[in-house]
Write a protein that binds this ligand. Structure first.
Ligand code: NAI
Ligand code: SOE
Length: 388
């Protein structure tokens, strides 16, 4: 069985999730498409890189991500840094002939995403953008039911991604509140995941009409250390910095296939944690999903007998997508890690089989164009067509 060497850049939250997936993927999916060796990790300085190498199980530590990319032993470059670094790193990795997985959002703008797409296509390497939630088995099951025509022609997609880690004004100024670093706020950070689901399940967007708001215009400056997503609050009279991205976004969608839809996202919704939901209405049925109950898919079919018609709950398990590799009994409980393990499996399978990844940088670019159009539409207060 072939072994691929991974070089991962960035030692934070996603380093944990991706490194766990590299270690665990063959334990779930066996025979694995290839084994993965955690070869090298890079972080912003040597101390951080060495600590991350020890913690996440990498052989080498680099303080310069360029050295990692040009390390001849590396087959896969995994980019899990803040968003402003994605483009430069991915373009360099493509030129070095490495396969690339890059965290979402692919880039801060569609112009950056386009340059990344051109680089990977010119290099002929495999490329994936890490919209892992679509790999939740219940969402893959929704896709299967839609493709089988079980809910008929789709009329409406109604999605949300709501969190509350930044609802408190004392929640510090994470890099996620800087346009220069993140590109946008709730839009690129979390709504982008639901845009990915909507494209995956319903189809391509024709146009959007959006509203964006920044509710908390300044926040306490972060006091060193890793970004803790509001779990560590600043106390007392701490200097503040400006927030220049959206706290909240909502938009309507017209799809190419005549379906309509809407998506709402905020990181300021008290009581909502990772509230990713969608309800899809078709001419002959409906589907409802809530990530906070991710083992479940609720379905209602129009031809159910009228005296028992209503939503019923399917618990995903061995007979559903990815069921062969996961746990042997439905509802044992899937977690965030499993979405990353499945993502890793699909990525490595594409590399070994020489097939396109999904979602790839072309999808990441399309989502970046949709995000740009939502910003433009919010500014103009008008429908904006997605650029071709
Ligand atoms: P984080 O802030 O926890 O970690 C970022 C890491 O990058 C830190 O270790 C930092 O020191 C390192 N870094 C910064 N500058 C660097 C440089 N020049 N060279 C090397 N390393 C550098 O960030 P987190 O939460 O891990 O986010 C990373 C990416 O993953 C972002 O694009 C984010 O949007 C995405 N993300 C995706 C999630 C998903 O569910 N798919 C979940 C969380 C984040
Ligand atoms: C913070 O909103 C965050 O970590 C996002 O960056 C991720 O994409 C999301 O999956 C979890 O929340």
């Amino acid at each position: 069985m072939k072994t691929l060497n991974v070089g991962l850049i960035g030692g934070g939250f996603m380093a944990k999730a991706h490194s766990l997936a590299y270690a665990a993927m063959p334990m779930f999916f066996w025979p694995a498409p290839a084994l993965l060796n955690r070869k090298a990790i890079a972080d912003a300085n040597l101390e951080l890189a060495q600590e991350a190498a020890q913690r996440f199980g990498y052989e080498k530590a680099y303080s310069d991500w360029r050295q990692l990319i040009h390390d001849p032993e590396i087959d896969i470059v995994d980019i899990v840094t803040p968003n402003h670094l994605h483009a430069e790193m991915a373009i360099e990795a493509a030129k070095a002939g490495k396969h690339i997985i890059c965290e979402k959002p692919l880039a801060r703008t569609s112009a950056e995403a386009k340059a990344m797409l051109e680089a990977v296509e010119a290099a002929g390497v495999r490329h994936m953008v890490a919209f892992n939630y679509r790999r939740t088995p219940a969402i893959a099951l929704a896709k299967k039911l839609i493709e089988e025509g079980r809910i008929g022609k789709i009329l409406n997609f109604r999605g949300t991604y709501l969190q509350d880690w930044s609802a408190d004004p004392n929640s510090p100024l994470s890099w996620r509140f800087s346009k220069e670093i993140a590109g946008s706020g709730a839009l690129g950070d979390i709504a982008a995941h639901v845009i990915d689901m909507a494209r995956y399940l319903v189809g391509e967007f024709d146009s959007v009409n959006g509203l964006m708001r920044t509710w908390i215009p300044e926040r306490p400056l972060q006091q060193g250390g890793l970004d803790r997503l509001g779990t560590v609050k600043s106390a007392g009279d701490v200097p503040k910095g400006k927030v220049d991205v959206d706290d909240e976004v909502l938009f309507m969608i017209k799809f190419d296939n005549e379906a309509i839809g809407s998506i709402e996202s905020t990181r300021n919704a008290h009581g909502r944690n990772n509230f990713i939901t969608f309800e899809i209405h078709g001419e002959s049925g409906s589907i409802f999903f809530n990530y906070e109950r991710r083992d479940e898919l609720q379905v209602c079919f129009a031809d159910d007998p009228s005296d028992t018609k209503g939503f019923r709950t399917i618990y995903t398990g061995p007979s559903h997508p990815y069921g062969d590799g996961l746990w042997p009994i439905p509802a044992l409980g899937l977690g965030y890690s499993e979405t990353k393990i499945i993502e890793c499996y699909d990525f490595v399978k594409s590399i070994m089989e020489g097939t396109n990844c999904s979602p790839d940088f072309r999808d990441g670019y399309q989502i970046a164009k949709i995000c740009d159009a939502i910003v433009e539409s919010s500014e103009k207060q008008a429908w904006v067509k997605i650029g071709s």
